[in-house]
Design a binder for this molecule. Structure first.
Ligand SMILES: NC(=O)C1=CN([C@@H]2O[C@H](COP(=O)(O)OP(=O)(O)OC[C@H]3O[C@@H](n4cnc5c(N)ncnc54)[C@H](O)[C@@H]3O)[C@@H](O)[C@H]2O)C=CC1
Ligand SMILES: O=C1O[C@H](COP(=O)(O)O)[C@@H](O)[C@H](O)[C@H]1O
Length: 262
């Protein structure tokens, strides 16, 4: 029988995009510091698989990870203007605790939600707004050094470094997904940067599914749809994970309505 997958931050936007897309495809354990409403829990996940806990709570993490094959770690403070105190606790301490507990529990792999804000300062005044447009061929590919846009981005880049350390020291497989801008049904409206890094819900679910199934050691990939405007390469995600995105913000108008000419 398949071993369970622990999803942290299950009640949030990314967690729900994943569960709505691949909720039936894995044997989930769901952890969030807030209790999950019934409509946020896939069929087949029963009360024993639900953990209301903080990711800085090592005892709770160890309990939730017993017998788990993989962890998708999303829990944290996603606000781009979050305080240092908050990202230090929720994002950095929390991510270290997740890796530590994963090693203790013999978990094989961790997929970690990193962010575009780990590299936001590549978007210099000289490069923007051209960078966000279709005819610009500048690409970040995941091999570049982090250049965070804010303290939240510093915390996300630190999570990637923790992943690198736990992979090198303990051999756990780690993929860091630098997620772009997740929105449901349509790309961010009237926002060039957001349309360049749009990640649709179905591409998000598919990407994390590939993170749970593919073979890798340590990877940093970009999590965006196949947008014409892109300045993040998705070649590594295609090559290593078998990511095959189906959405493209160019199929919508700048205002976010589906185009009828594509
Ligand atoms: N939504 C997006 O477009 C992007 C999200 N990300 C990352 O993806 C992850 C999830 O983001 P969203 O779903 O958008 O955020 P969200 O705020 O919608 O969901 C986060 C969930 O984690 C839980 N949580 C927060 N701190 C916790 C803690 N200390 N212990 C246990 N649970 C905790 C919250 O209760 C919430 O349910 C974050 O790590 C964020 O940095 C990265 C790039 C873009
Ligand atoms: O990491 C994140 O990035 C997205 C996109 O950034 P934005 O600056 O274009 O809004 C953001 O919406 C999300 O909250 C954050 O966690």
């Amino acid at each position: 029988m398949a071993q369970p997958v622990l999803l942290t931050g299950a009640g949030g936007r990314v967690g729900q995009a994943i569960l709505r897309g691949i909720g039936d495809d894995h044997d989930w354990r769901l952890l969030d510091r807030e209790p999950l409403a019934a409509d946020r829990i896939p069929d087949g996940v029963d009360a024993d698989d639900l953990y209301v806990a903080d990711v800085t709570d090592m005892d709770a993490l160890r309990e939730a990870m017993a017998g788990v094959e993989a962890v998708v770690h999303l829990a944290g403070d996603p606000r781009t203007d979050a305080s240092w105190e908050s990202v230090l606790r929720n994002n950095i301490d929390g991510t270290r605790a997740v890796f530590e507990a994963a090693v203790d529990a013999g978990v094989d792999r961790v997929a970690y939600a990193s962010s575009n804000h780990a590299v936001g300062h590549y978007e210099t005044d000289e490069r923007t707004p051209g960078l966000y447009r279709t005819d610009d061929d500048y690409r970040l590919d995941g091999t570049e050094f982090p250049r965070p846009s804010n303290l939240y981005g510093v915390s996300k880049a630190t999570g990637e470094l923790l992943g690198r350390y736990y992979h090198d020291e303990y051999g756990i497989d780690v993929v860091c997904v630098r997620i772009g801008n997740l929105t449901r049904s349509h790309p961010p409206r009237e926002y060039e940067r957001g349309q360049a890094m749009w990640l649709s819900h179905r591409d998000c679910a598919h990407l994390f599914d590939r993170c749970l199934r593919a073979d890798y050691g340590f990877e940093i990939v970009y999590g965006i749809s196949d947008n014409d405007r892109k300045y993040y390469s998705i070649e590594r995600a295609r090559e290593v994970l078998g990511y095959e995105p189906r959405d493209n913000s160019a199929e919508y108008t700048f205002e976010g309505d589906p185009r009828d000419d594509v």
